[in-house]
Design a protein around this ligand. Structure first.
Ligand SMILES: *Cc1c(COP(=O)(O)O)cnc(C)c1O
Length: 404
């Protein structure tokens, strides 16, 4: 498979340009067929290993699609009060887990109405709020930091980077975890991966066993966090399944996974159009009506370069993709650049540019910087059926900024 380009799921007989021609531009499109494929893949892992799979909502929280995902998942994972409430309200009454780096005391009672599992980040938070959660019958966990970095490149996504605030180190555990506090715990949680394969999870699990092996026999569950790219075509699912089975057997625990990306991987597109072509020396730049800064912020934050339908990130040997353009947004930010791509023909104003893998960390993370409109959200169903999920306008920009 050519990872340079988008592969459309189950739509071989359609030209995506024809399919998306009547959509307002820019628009996000959520691909129900791909979502369902991902759900099916995750359920298979759960059924073969007895692990439970949760949707980490911070990656994808388009709740209109929760009914489609619900049969495949055990529940949701939330980063705080609002996501916990959304999971409780919209994911068919399934399990709600929450992890937050620090809970607010004034929100905690409401949070307890929504969440089944509360994961604390530190002994201090556990001490302050653990009894209250336990009294409400909640399952209590502590996030640990195995201090085992398996990713290189982006420190911003590495919770094991030196000085990280995420998770309790063994040293801090030794200093602060009294027997009373330990006896509050039902499980431990770790989240250290980002877009990684099963080999990185093996290494991490070994580090957790090295550091916290004396605690694991007392736990009812272990939550392995997210960052597992389980639905990616080259993910080693059988290796993951072997590991999950061995953890369950060795420690007699319920295993949880809470992927975000893997649930909605490749299940969305951002349909945009070229507004203008400008030239600066040798560089040809296509200015789009979609912005990296506003509509795909991870392109700048992570950073990464999304796939584009019928374009390549590198010139190909056959010479089919040889027209190079730098794609950029219409905002005033000089760095609002998506990247350089090679197209089979020259681009002109009005041409459609379709980005792939746009369901995750997009609609839940976009913004109206520069007064940019938020793209509408559409669903792509069976037989290429398009339906508008939601539309945005001037009011969505204005109401975030002042009195109505
Ligand atoms: C971000 C996050 C996830 C999901 O990560 P993905 O990379 O989207 O799979 C799961 N759990 C926690 C605690 C997280 O912070």
């Amino acid at each position: 498979m050519n990872m340079n380009k988008i592969v459309f799921s189950g739509l071989e007989e359609y030209s995506p340009e024809d399919l998306f021609r009547r959509l307002p531009s820019p628009s996000y499109v959520i691909d129900e067929t791909q979502l369902e494929c991902n759900g099916f893949c995750l359920l298979a892992v759960a059924e073969r290993t007895g692990c439970k799979v949760l949707l980490a909502q911070k990656a994808f929280s388009n709740y209109n699609f929760y009914p489609l995902l619900e049969p495949y998942l055990a529940g949701t994972e939330a980063s705080g009060l609002y996501e916990a409430r959304l999971g409780k309200e919209e994911m068919g009454g399934k399990e709600v887990h929450v992890f937050c780096a620090a809970y607010r005391e004034d929100e905690f009672d409401e949070l307890l109405e929504y969440a089944d599992h509360i994961v604390f980040n530190s002994p201090g938070q556990l001490k302050k709020l653990g009894e209250r959660a336990k009294a409400q019958g909640k399952s209590i966990g502590l996030r640990v930091n195995p201090e085992c970095s398996t990713q290189d490149g982006h420190d911003i996504y590495d919770p094991c980077a030196p000085g990280s605030r995420l998770g309790t180190t063994r040293e801090q555990w030794n200093q602060e975890m009294t027997e009373d506090l330990i006896s509050l715990l039902d499980g431990i949680h770790f989240h250290t991966l980002c877009e990684q394969n099963a080999d990185a999870l093996e290494v991490t699990m070994r580090a957790v066993e090295d550091k916290f092996g004396d605690i694991l026999p007392r736990m009812k569950w272990v939550n392995l966090g997210g960052g597992h790219h389980i639905t990616r075509h080259d993910y080693e699912r059988s290796r993951l399944e072997e590991l999950l089975l061995s953890i369950k057997k060795k420690w007699d625990v319920q295993v949880y996974l809470e992927p975000g990306e893997a649930v909605a991987l490749n299940a969305g597109y951002l349909v945009s159009r070229v507004l203008d072509i400008v030239k600066n020396g040798e560089t040809q730049i296509a200015i789009l009506d979609a912005s990296a800064a506003c509509h795909m912020p991870d392109v700048l934050e992570m950073p990464y370069q999304p796939p584009i339908y019928n374009a390549a990130k590198q010139p190909d040997e056959g010479g089919q993709y040889q027209h190079r353009y730098r794609l950029a947004g219409p905002t005033c930010l000089a760095g609002d650049v998506i990247g350089d791509y090679y197209f089979p023909k020259e681009l002109k104003a009005g041409d459609m540019v379709i980005f792939g893998d746009m369901a995750i960390y997009t609609t839940c993370k976009n913004n109206t910087f520069n007064g940019m409109p938020l793209p509408d959200i559409w669903s792509l169903g069976m037989q290429g059926r398009l339906e508008q999920v939601t539309a945005f306008g001037y009011q969505d920009f204005k109401t975030r900024l002042g009195r109505k």
